[in-house]
Design a protein around this ligand. Structure first.
Ligand SMILES: [Zn+2]
Ligand SMILES: [Zn+2]
Length: 347
């Protein structure tokens, strides 16, 4: 069978790999159907590392995925505690916490120091035709959720967790910096949570347009002074809650500048150089609460609920490509060609 493996910076090869053996206890064999390309995959592709995690040997990447259950190991209960059936379509939460440590016991599986992560070194990810996954990570999805939308449940889960950390209240003003899939979903969730008004910023004109379609006042940061327009819109007060969902570069300082005195900022983006740069006095004098978002908790059930009712995840998908075009897809995504939002690799 085929898999797209990352060998080093800018070196993905679609190659033949061995088909997995039968699933063991608590595991299933999944035929992968769709994989979304994420900003963190782009970091790995460009730099051969993410944060301080480096790649020491080739591996299959891809952590936003769904597929069909092909074979069920003994005692295979899904994320809702129900037995999985052959033929079921499932979305997979890529994070596998240990369930025994202090953080897991306290309800923070996203902070488990003993976790593994599909698509995070050294655990192979989903850009392959078949793979063994833990049944517990699987959440069955209805036919009304498309394959592509099924992969976006991960992105939505991350966004739900970020909004949870924002502790939004009705009529809080919200600014979102970075209108990629996560930023746009944060906007939609903030709106659902009763936040208003909504402000959004991005560098790409079509993303600014998408944010406007969602009801935000949105600006291109290359065309305006972002802080000046935000101050004008809020009479100099700043936004109650600011979400940074870009590459966590100068956008972190921008987020701090935009947050009101005593407000809260949530950092979701990941910086390329593994450094967080912010003027200390800005945050200190305002007494800001700063949250760094780490993956998600048990958010798939909520994500599925939203995707079957009020959210249209398909609208975030800009491109579909086959596995054989994975390299071209990553290149296209790093160039941010016209109209890029979410690229889905279909298997
Ligand atoms: Zn992701
Ligand atoms: Zn744990």
């Amino acid at each position: 069978m085929k898999a797209a493996r990352l060998h080093g910076p800018r070196d993905i090869r679609v190659e033949e790999v061995e088909h997995p053996a039968a699933p063991g206890t608590g595991d299933i064999l999944l035929r992968v159907k769709a994989v979304g390309i994420c900003g963190s995959d782009l970091h790995m592709y460009l730099d051969g590392r993410i944060g301080d995690t480096e790649f020491l040997s080739p591996m299959v990447i891809g952590h936003e995925f769904m597929g069909e259950v092909v074979e069920v190991g003994e005692g295979s209960l899904d994320g809702n505690g129900q037995p999985l059936q052959v033929g079921q379509r499932v979305a997979v939460d890529p994070n596998t916490p240990c369930l025994h440590c202090e953080m897991c016991e306290k309800g923070h599986p996203n902070l488990c120091p003993n976790h593994t992560f599909y698509g995070g070194y050294p655990t192979d990810g989903a850009l392959q035709e078949c793979m063994i996954v833990h049944a517990r990570n699987c959440f069955p999805i209805p036919d009304s959720i498309s394959d592509g939308a099924g992969t976006l449940l991960e992105t939505l889960g991350v966004s739900i967790h970020a909004v949870d950390l924002g502790k939004l209240r009705v009529a809080n003003s919200v600014a979102v910096i970075g209108c990629g899939p996560v930023g746009l979903l944060i906007l939609e969730l903030a709106k659902l949570a009763g936040a208003a008004p909504l402000y959004a910023f991005d560098k790409l004109s079509w993303r600014v347009e998408k944010a406007r379609e969602l009801g935000a006042e949105a600006w291109n940061v290359d065309e305006v002074d972002p802080l000046a327009v935000l101050n004008k819109a809020t009479n100099g007060r700043g936004a109650d809650v600011v979400f940074e969902a870009a590459w966590a570069d100068e956008s972190v300082q921008m987020a701090a500048d935009m947050t009101r005195v005593g407000g809260r900022m949530v950092l979701v983006g990941i910086p390329g150089d593994d450094r967080l740069v912010m003027q200390h006095s800005t945050a200190r004098r305002k007494g800001l609460s700063i949250m760094l978002s780490r993956r998600m908790k048990h958010t798939y059930p909520r994500a599925i609920q939203l995707a079957t009712s009020v959210l249209n995840l398909d609208s975030l998908i800009s491109h579909h490509v086959p596995l054989t075009d994975t390299v071209a897809a990553f290149e296209m995504n790093t160039r941010y060609d016209d109209g890029i939002c979410k690229i889905i690799v279909d298997l």
